[in-house]
Design a protein around this ligand. Sequence first.
Ligand code: ADP
Ligand code: MG
Length: 490
Amino acid sequence: MKYLETSTGKWEVVIGLEVHAQVISNAKLFSAASTKFGAAPNENVSFVDAAFPGVLPVINSFCIDQAIKTGLGVNGTVNLVSHFDRKNYFYADLPQGYQISQYKHPLISGGYVEIEDENGEARKIRLERIHVEQDAGKSIHDQSPTKSYIDLNRAGVALMEIVTMPDIRSAEETAAFIKKLRSILRYLKTCDGNMDEGSMRADVNVSIHRPGTEYGTRAEIKNVNSIKFIVAAIGFEVDRQIEILESGGVVNQETRLFDPSNGRTILMRSKEDAQDYRYFPEPDLPPLVVQQSRIDKIRKTIPELPDAKTSRLQQEFGLPHYDASLIASEMEIADYYEAALAHLPIIDSETAKILANWMLGELFSLLNKDGKNICQSNVSPQSLAELITLIKTNVISGKIAKDVLKIMWDSKKSASVIVKEKGLQQITSSDDIEKCLRSVLAEYPDKVAEYKNGKEKLFGFFVGQAMKKTQGKANPQLLNDILKKLFNED
Ligand code: ADP
Ligand code: MG
């Protein structure tokens, strides 16, 4: 385990997260209003969301299915009976005056998400619970100098609150956890994980203590909505707490806010004025009872998840762990990869690795350049497989293949058509290559003499000149072999 070392000794950082993940669903948790992102303000608001008197919540069973699926996907236990409670507080964007949440009896208990620690060792971050609740609306304070605006589109949207045990030990592990969780949620299609649209955000609990002693008092940083900000907030918070403790002070349990403009956390409220939410059972909803058969049915819909896919890609195709986990991090990337693989004539570990290199390297840089994701690629899996086949069968060199891929990207033509049209086929005739090399050697008699006098570096120079003459089309292996042969002759 990694400790922070200062002049006074070692500190251990302890982190626990409460991740709010918006459930993918067309309708809200207790109303039929749409959840579509980007609608005009207050366009998606029903009487229930606006808390008109006399309205009653009706549970959206699809949202519950989604939360059950999530629980199963993170190895949790689905509780056959769970309860909804009212969490009471006043805020302008919460017209009900309370949030319907789950308190003592959540839908999901336990579970874990596996991450890699800094040594590449697998580590389980245990989950305490996942409960289902409604989101609040949004207050907008920056559009008018004198008014605040309220948008209730988000009011009543289903959230899963995913609470970890305090098992995380660094900002890096926190980032790894969020990435892995997000990847699992996306595989499950239960949350889109888009932090910049607010559909995933985290409360970050941070404390420090001396190794081997009890955990310290935590500060909770509310509602951080990007991995970069989470890492920065933890960095600032750890430094702040170390400074307090080392100068003889005590860390107060408090809620803080991260300010992205200066990378600092600021006090929002201290424990003394912590909110009393006056939780009580939601009288308008009966206990949520889930049949085992419903859970079994949902379990069957869970796809192969990233960890299992990573292991299989390693075992089945001999890919290194790094490549396999990168490919498995998104289902669409893995699907692309496996589709391309299926179009290759031979699938051995060497070809699998070459394909991984080309996809993760060249193809990804073309995607990035155009701001596209893998599903929007101009080059299909089949076309990329064709390009790899041309390389593997020595029709073109790897170097030329890079240019071919760029042309494929821009023109959407196939690799073989481009190779034919532009005459890029490799020169594999020994006679032609020898002829070319002889002319190079004839052009540079001085350099030939130097080489023969022991300046072996010049070998590469001759190769380069011959490549230039053939526009890079000479088969590199043959070129090397023949040049050696020519020097050995005299
Ligand atoms: P609350 O409901 O008041 O926020 P919980 O006990 O449920 O408090 O804890 C909330 C989160 O705080 C959990 O993610 C948990 O892992 C984390 N946590 C608890 N104790 C600590 C600690 N000493 N340091 C850091 N995180 C902690
Ligand atoms: Mg909390």
